[in-house]
Design a protein around this ligand. Sequence first.
Ligand code: SF4
Ligand code: SF4
Length: 332
Amino acid sequence: MEARILRRDKLLELVDDLIKDHEVIAPRDDLSYGRVRSASEVCLDLGQPAKSLKEFIFPDREVLLEFEKVDGQMRLSEPAASENTSRIIFGARPCDAAALPVLDKVFAWDYLDSSFLERRKQTAIVSVACEEPAKTCFCTSVAGSPAGTSGSDLVLTPMEDVYHVTIVTERGQALVEEHERFFEKSDQMHDRKRAQLEDEWIQKVSRVIELDEKGLEFEKPVWETITQQCIDCGVCTFLCPTCHCFDIQDEGNESRGERVRLWDSCAFYNFTKMPVGQPRPTHYRRYRQRIMHKFQYYPKNFGKILCVGCGRCIRYCPAGVDIRDVLQKVKE
Ligand code: SF4
Ligand code: SF4
């Protein structure tokens, strides 16, 4: 892959230049990515934001249609199309970027989800490699890396005085060409250094989970005990960059309202509830569904694991459930 060099003291200037022509989303604090109107708002050194960037491609609430009763007739209309904005997510974590091609598989499957795909088309991803993977990270177990390129258009690898810039896609190439004055040519020394740093950071990922071809056993008594402390809060699913279950509801009254798509969670009792009852009435069955979906059904259907090892479900679970322990115990 082609590469360039960006001097560290030019980084914020580059962000301000990007803001002139694009909507720029970046980590603003340790809780979330958000829109920045000045480079001074960007926080790249606070570690992984608690919320992933999926909401910018797959919003937590999205209006699908509006309805209104006029002269006794119900009229349906599409919500006003959002402006055709060119957007850049700057400073994405490589795991968050890697989640996007995984989600593409399902949103461009039997039904082409036009709003998701449109946002994907409008959004360029500039990632920054992780120098210090957190104790909860396990990206290397699921085909990722702290300096992985999957899902990114450009990957910035921090070095002493510079960022090594890997150009991953044509869109990344175009971004570099648009802002050519910020970039210098790379050389073999920096290219080698990038590879060496990636190897070092891979070694820093403290835990590796063995995921083999044999898959996970559905009928195993251990499922009932390993997630007993789970309180079905759904935090793990909402913070997860790859969880994508949603519900569709009508909001409003008989005369006027909106049909909306809202994030949902397989942890909730009402999820997939049918007139005949709840097919997964106990929480261990719901948690098992989450794990089987991520590590068995999705790979079988789409050839990709539905997990990028970001570790958020471990860090923020109020009950201390660790997905790595669950996988290990189910394998034993
Ligand atoms: S975050 Fe923890 S307690 Fe909440 S649903 Fe997920 S596993 Fe259960
Ligand atoms: S399952 Fe957990 S570790 Fe995997 S992507 Fe989702 S939040 Fe991250």
